[in-house]
Design a protein around this ligand. Sequence first.
Ligand code: F6R
Length: 610
Amino acid sequence: MCGIVGYIGHRDAWDIVIKGLKRLEYRGYDSAGIALMNGGLKIHKKAGKVSDLEAHTLHEDRSGTTGMGHTRWATHGAPSDRNSHPHRSGDGKLSIIHNGIIENYSVIKEALQAKGHVFSSDTDTEVLIHLIEDIHSDTTDLLEAVRLALNEVIGAYAIVIMSQDSPDQLIAARKGSPMVIGVGEGEYFIASDATPIVEYTKNVIYLKDSQIALVKRDELVVKTIDNIIQTPYIQELSLQLEMLEKGGFEHFMLKEIYEQPRSVRDCMRGRIYPNEGKVQLGGIKDYADKLKNVERIVVIACGTSWHAGLVGEYLIEEYARIPVEVEYASEFRYRNPIISEKDIVIAISQSGETADTMAAIELAKERGATIFGICNVVGSSIPRITDAGVYTHAGPEIGVASTKAFTAQVTVLTLMALYMAQQRGTIKQSDLVSMLTELDEIPSLIEQALKSDEKIAEIAEKFKDSSNCLFLGRGSGFPVALEGALKLKEISYIHAEGYPAAEMKHGPIALIDEDMPVVFIATKNSSYEKVISNIQEVKARKGKVIAIVTEGDKTVKEMVDYTIEIPACNEAYLPLLATIPLQLLSYHIAVLRGCNVDQPRNLAKSVTVE
Ligand code: F6R
């Protein structure tokens, strides 16, 4: 987490850095700060949002053509002015911004304190800049001092360093945390991802792990932290600026919910051929033979991506007949999982940066498994460490609560399940033709599902003051229920639980009374009758029921308090449609409660700490 931006060139650094920080606020937003080279090294920093920093410095001199900034998600030290980045060295001449964690900071801190260093924050980052200062006192070359210091630290970092004595340079380095360098004419841009850069240049370098860069207006030197000079590879961004704007919507989350017909279509483009009954996945085609014979697939992911993994389990087992286990990446390493070179591991991550998922991948790799990635952010860390993978192509997701990334992940998993089924001969060709024909229709059906928005806003009004909520579903309706509950709790702060509908009688039914809203996934599929029984059990105890039903359903309508219709579809595609009204319900409830929908408290989009 945390977002970093740096600039050196001929323009006002402040404008570029502050705008960049606003684009990166999804990575953390509890404090922000900027350092400028402006007749000396000047630092402005403040607890709160980037806009608070902007307001706070309105009357300050913010000129200078070299600068760097940081938006924070606190790890070491509470959000406060003094813990905000940038941090300074003891003599005040060096400054650092940092995304990541220095794990051995306390040992280094003690050693530095013994040498007389005094610290003014509780952060691990301040320790790193003091360490660099300490080494620099014996090593005149600052780049070399940074390189030596990085060889002493354990942990993850993307850092930028400014020096009062070398005002025309920035030093940047990364390990485990992302960093992109934008290449302009006589100027360079540095950021955690490409979003702050795309407005100025399309030419970028993704700095690799353990690389360090000396960045001047007209010169870039990249070497490894082992001191080997590197030739950086410049690539062209496909990202468009409009993708990063709200486009007339009140919130990014709402925009992203409405983008789903497009994002699901983009995800399928060039990958399905309904008339021929063929799925083509270029990213994993070299593993077709392995897929034919694989005996087990393990899915690893966190949060919403884990929910997508659960949907994938239903689909892969149903169509490709391969046993699937879905694991929380955050727990995977903390037992001794049985995993070998025979297994395929699928790691799912919107950001491609989640530290828990990366750590789980490393473990699976050590044990010889073949790793596939399903990621959204092109060029992020997970696609680089996996053997193969399939991008979701949902476009940048800026709202912290994941919406379009989920449906895109489910779409990729659907394509993978059908691709595996095709390779293994576990699906009839005629069935594949009809499945793909129906899948091709899903974007239009999502468009229809979005038409219930107004009705959902009215239902939200009735439930906005609830303190708890249950979400129940069966089969692939269960992961949908989990995802509905997660969306509601993270953006509205209402306590919500997702359960398999049949599990309700084993405990949660005790919670039901006239104040408990219960959202059922009650569409016409193989578990329809059973779900109806569960609805009756809730109604018998005076619970308030909102049911997601298939268009035209009258039976459930007569039983429950509110229904939201979605178009009829093949049961395999239910999660792609049933999730839409749940996203909208959470969105409207959160707006009515006055919550910050795009930046819910305590969260960050890219969770780069374990
Ligand atoms: C929920 C949400 C999180 C993420 C989780 C994993 O709306 O966004 O639960 O799904 O932090 O993130 P990624 O997919 O980037 O690995």
